[in-house]
Design a protein around this ligand. Sequence first.
Ligand code: PMP
Length: 288
Amino acid sequence: MYYNKETQIFLDGQWIKAQNGKTNLYSQTLHYGAGVFEGIRSYKTDKGANIFKAKAHYERLHYSAEKMHINLKYSVQELIDLSYELLERNQLEDAYIRPLVYLGENMSLQPTEDVHVMLCAWQWGRYLGDTQLKLMTSSFQRPNPKSCFVEAKVSGHYTNSLLATTEAKQKGFDEALLLDMNENVAEGPGANFFFEKDEKLFTAPLGNILSGITRQTIFELAEDLGFEVVEKFFKVEEVYQADGAFFTGTAAEVAAIGSLDNHSFNLPWEKTLGYQLEDAYQKCVHIK
Ligand code: PMP
């Protein structure tokens, strides 16, 4: 699904076939999760492929690397240029781009100078699909910001996300909603969360969540459309009374949520601000 025998990837300065890629089994990333990555989308436009907010994504990759003491030798502009070349080489326009910065062999718990950069891309439909999601409040909390850098996109942080999504699916839900260490609603396993009440939007402030690039885009689009967005801490009980809710993320885009813990929201999705934002988002990503 992610590659075939023709697929090319960028690895440490070279273009190779994905099927010929190899990794060291003593990689610090494989054992301890010390790697950083991004999730980026490119969209087909009438002026060719448009990598949406490429600069913001690669700046976040640099931030994540710095927090994890990883020396990332490619500049933001080099990574953007390589991403466009990756699309061209694989004849992709509507695509999901996955840059991964991973480490070489080192079994100690100290930084390593052996840093590898891999870029790959594949066609990927909307991560959470197109149906209104049934969410459950996860029994797992998001990592405490005193235990790691929650705003860094670190491979190891995703064990928390995997546990939460798996638990939700095993219980018959589509996806999880995680609380922070103070039991306020934080975010989804791979997306930020917004809810609507009385024509206002609410989302968790930064501090215990990933600072989503789509979340930021929603702030910008909401401003254009004259919708108020309030960043504040809130509990699940407040969400149970909501008029509507949605997730935002590069892979998920703007994903409608139908219910939380079997409490359905008051408005049909088509009547919500989220619906209008989803439309505005699709327009915005398709303009180059
Ligand atoms: N939160 C988490 C935990 C995520 O993994 C993601 C996906 N990167 C997001 C939020 C959304 O971030 P973005 O909009 O930058 O894709």
